[in-house]
Write a protein that binds this ligand. Structure first.
Ligand code: PEP
Length: 250
């Protein structure tokens, strides 16, 4: 059985005060981490205080990106070593906004996934197609390439720990969510690609989230699908009540 994982992606939202207040409100109210993993991926500036505020509760804090190098002349970047030192155990890697606006490629995503494992950080590795790619029937090929390149060089044990977030780009922040059946079909393809790269057992262990305009009203339809093991949620993760409902659905 794969444990569901619900992760919020706050993007560049909230002030420090709001972020800490959010943790204060949710920390005692999320479901047990034995049943569902709940993560808030927040701006790097807030991570330490949010992590401290979470104390030993069942909600974890994650980064939204990180560099693959240990440190050095990378102005403005976030080192995986610094995240580990602060006790941050998750990072989104290769979100489509990072790929589109900050030149991330499948190669840099792969380096970041390796760096995450060097620092005991669980990578939430994003993949997904554009509207144009979907309309020209390229979805399968696009996600296949992203998975093959993103997983390159990982051992089967590492592969099992990657959380894949399948996020059709046309569904992110648009209010246009993919149908649960279509999302499941692509998540099944992702699992199939992992089985081809490794074996069935490894593919069955990997958790695959759906992301793209998920909210409390539609999350159950996704989680009911065989190949969907959670959600990566942007807009709806910003409000405590919605976030708690999403976590509860997991
Ligand atoms: C995201 O940011 O990864 C996302 C899926 O956003 P939204 O839920 O707002 O579509």
């Amino acid at each position: 059985m794969r444990k569901p994982i619900i992760a919020g992606n706050w993007k560049m939202n909230k002030t420090h005060q709001e972020a800490v207040a959010f943790m204060e409100e949710v920390r005692g109210n999320v479901p047990s981490k034995n049943e569902v993993e709940t993560v808030v991926c927040a701006p790097a500036l807030f991570l330490k205080d949010m992590h401290d505020k979470a104390e030993s509760s069942d909600v974890a804090v994650g980064a939204q990106t990180m560099h693959f190098e240990e440190g050095g002349a990378f102005t403005g970047e976030i080192s995986p070593a610094a995240l580990q030192d602060m006790g941050i155990a998750y990072s989104i890697i290769g979100h489509s906004e990072r790929r589109e606006m900050f030149n991330e490629t499948d190669e840099s995503v792969n380096k970041k996934v390796h760096a995450a494992f060097r620092h005991e950080i669980t990578p939430i590795m994003c993949c997904g197609e554009t509207l144009e790619e979907r309309e020209s029937s390229q979805t399968e090929q696009v996600v296949r390439t992203q998975i093959e390149k993103g997983f390159a060089g990982l051992s089967a044990e590492q592969a099992k720990q990657v959380v894949v977030a399948y996020e059709p780009i046309w569904a992110i922040g648009t209010g246009k969510s993919s149908s649960a059946e279509d999302a499941n079909e692509t998540c099944q393809t992702i699992r199939q690609v992992i089985a081809e790269l490794y074996d069935e057992q490894t593919a069955e262990a990997v958790r695959i989230q759906y992301g793209g305009s998920v909210k409390p009203e539609n999350i159950n339809s996704y989680l009911a699908q065989e190949h969907i093991d959670g959600a990566l949620v942007g807009g709806a993760s910003l409000k405590t009540d919605a976030f708690l409902q999403l976590a509860e659905a997991g």
